[in-house]
Design a binder for this molecule. Structure first.
Ligand code: HEM
Length: 530
């Protein structure tokens, strides 16, 4: 209706416009276009000057797309684009690049990385995300996006929820979920012949774990092979890797044009999802209170904090949601890559099986929390997976105090850089650990090199981050992935299904490094002798 009416106006305009008026209109449009292009070129010249005036080397940026055109046009992930620049500037301690219109310093020298992440972290402790907690009360209070004093206070408060003792308490629930995972694979109609899409499979497991730990509920993630439970749908509606959801577009917008987030306030978690999450948490908290139920999970820890600090239901939910979002996607992604690497290198499956047999023999047939940490091959395969198949490529930090760096390592050119509050630095998290300067045959899956991890330079290999912002959920992540992997390897011989396209390709616009087309693995049941 509306379209028709506007068409009518246009048609009638054509009738009443004289040829001269039309000419004038098109001239004006042409003039405006020229002014726009000139402004873009001028702005680009001023922007380009950003690194030139600081005498920082770097590739020539294009207007608007900067140095990341191939990412913006959907041909490569941001990590792949930055990897090419990282490699081209061998011997340089840092490179000045433009992520679209935004100047960023790509740090190459591991000593500089270590200073930013650990020794001089007070000048860099904010992450780049900028989400207003008044607009998005759940994601805005996520530890990863909090800044300055807010981050410090929240980090200090939540650390006690992630101790070894707290993990041990949660281990029992996770063991039950691992049992359900094995049962699910065992009964799966295509497990042996056509394989199972494994990112979807591992997500069921990690989601079930966070459902019980952070929300105190059963996520019903193993109830059906085809249908998604309500909880799974809820999780998918926020962070679905291939879906072009609004939150995904906004995450990209924030990464490409961070300046936009100062003008547009946006939420990552839609209002209706926020309401559902708050409802789930407040119902469980209310039920536990009325029925005097004590639990050992993360929600119990947050409820206890709530009493001391006077949190309302939204605040309790926000902290549970931190555990939920940061706890299931990253772990499911790493768990998938671990299974893929083991499927491609079956000799390590056998080594892990041998370890499991030994551990079970010594512990009445059980894999306990402590023995999980004693399995050296499982540990080595896990860390080698984090190195060779990183779930992220870069970490982005904001400078909060003026800072000067000059390399001391003679391997790097003696160049200095001065950074000011508001400047952005890119830490090449995965590029360092896949650089042949630091790891021989970096493209080869060699868990042996992780057997003596203490000898690896922590300025190069820091899969959980480092310094004050190191991953708070490291213990939980390790525990759920190792436990899940141990149970899968113990019960199944896994191999790649031809549907998995090798070498793998990544989805260009995904927040985490996701395999295009999925990871299909076959699971063949191992018959146990007793
Ligand atoms: C194998 C699984 C995981 C890996 C490889 C991983 C890795 C990381 C990395 C690299 C960072 C950034 C550190 C930095 O900025 O310097 C991080 C931060 C974080 N992770 Fe994890 N993570 C994993 C699992 C988890 C789990 C299970 C949870 C929660 C239950 C979690 C919660 C967080 C939080 C809240 C932060 C932000 C910490 C802060 O800024 O203070 N992660 N993680």
């Amino acid at each position: 209706m509306i379209i028709r009416r506007s068409k009518f106006v246009l048609v009638s305009t054509q009738f009443i416009c004289t040829t001269q008026e039309l000419l004038l209109l098109s001239n004006m449009f042409g003039l405006l276009l020229i002014v726009f292009v000139v402004l873009i070129i001028l702005w680009h010249k001023i922007r380009t000057h950003h690194w030139i005036k600081r005498q920082v080397p770097g590739p020539q940026p294009w207007p608007i797309v900067g140095n990341i055109a191939e990412h913006l046009f959907g041909r490569k992930t941001i990590g792949q684009v930055i990897k090419e620049i990282y490699r081209k500037y061998e011997g340089y301690p840092f490179v000045g690049i433009f992520r679209a219109t935004h100047p960023c310093l790509l740090v190459r020298d591991p000593e500089f990385v270590h200073k930013i992440m650990v020794t001089d972290q007070k000048a860099f402790y904010n992450n780049e995300f900028n989400i207003d907690k008044k607009i998005d009360p759940l994601f805005g209070q996520n530890l990863f996006v909090l800044r300055d004093q807010d981050w410090k206070d929240t980090r200090q408060m939540l650390t006690a929820g992630f101790t070894s003792l707290k993990m041990k308490f949660m281990y029992e629930n996770l063991t039950e979920n691992a049992r359900r995972l094995v049962e699910f694979i065992q009964n799966h109609p295509t497990a042996e012949d056509d394989g199972i899409e494994t990112r979807e499979l591992t997500k069921r497991f990690t989601l079930e774990n966070v459902a019980s730990a952070a929300f105190g509920i059963d996520g019903k993630c193993f109830e059906s092979f085809t249908e998604l439970s309500e909880f799974m749908k809820l999780a998918n509606s926020v962070l679905e890797p291939e879906a072009l959801s609004l939150s995904r577009i906004l995450i990209q917008l924030n990464a490409i044009f961070p300046v936009a987030s100062y003008f547009i306030s946006f939420r990552i978690i839609p209002k209706e999802i926020e309401q559902k999450l708050v409802q789930i948490v407040s119902d469980v908290v209310k039920y536990r209170k009325e029925n005097h139920v004590q639990s050992n999970d993360y929600l119990q820890f947050i409820s206890q904090l709530a009493k001391e600090k006077g949190f309302d239901d939204t605040e309790i939910t926000a902290h549970s949601v931190t555990f939920f979002f940061d706890g299931y996607e990253s772990s499911s992604n790493v768990f998938t890559y671990l299974l893929l690497n083991l499927a491609l290198h079956p000799q390590y499956q056998e080594k892990i099986r041998e370890e499991i047999r030994k551990v079970e023999e010594e512990n009445n047939g059980e894999i306990t929390y402590d023995t999980l940490n004693e399995m050296k091959w499982l540990d080595a395969c896990f860390y080698e997976t984090l190195r060779i198949s990183p779930f992220l490529d870069i970490l982005v930090k904001k400078c909060t105090q003026s800072y000067k760096y000059t390399p001391e390592n003679p391997d790097f050119k003696k160049l200095s850089v001065k950074l000011y509050p508001g400047d952005t630095v890119i830490i090449p998290y995965s590029l360092l650990m896949n650089d042949e300067k630091y790891f021989e045959n970096p493209d080869k899956f060699m868990p042996e090199r992780m057997m003596n991890r203490d000898n690896i330079n922590k300025a190069i290999f820091f899969p959980f981050g480092s310094g004050a912002r190191v991953c708070i959920g490291q213990r939980f992540g390790l525990m759920q992935i190792k436990l899940g992997a141990a149970q899968v390897i113990k019960n199944f011989q896994i191999s790649p299904d031809p549907k998995t396209k090798l070498p793998i390709r990544l989805i260009p616009f995904s927040f985490l490094n996701e395999v295009k087309g999925g990871v299909f693995l076959k699971y063949k049941r191992i018959e146990r002798k007793n």
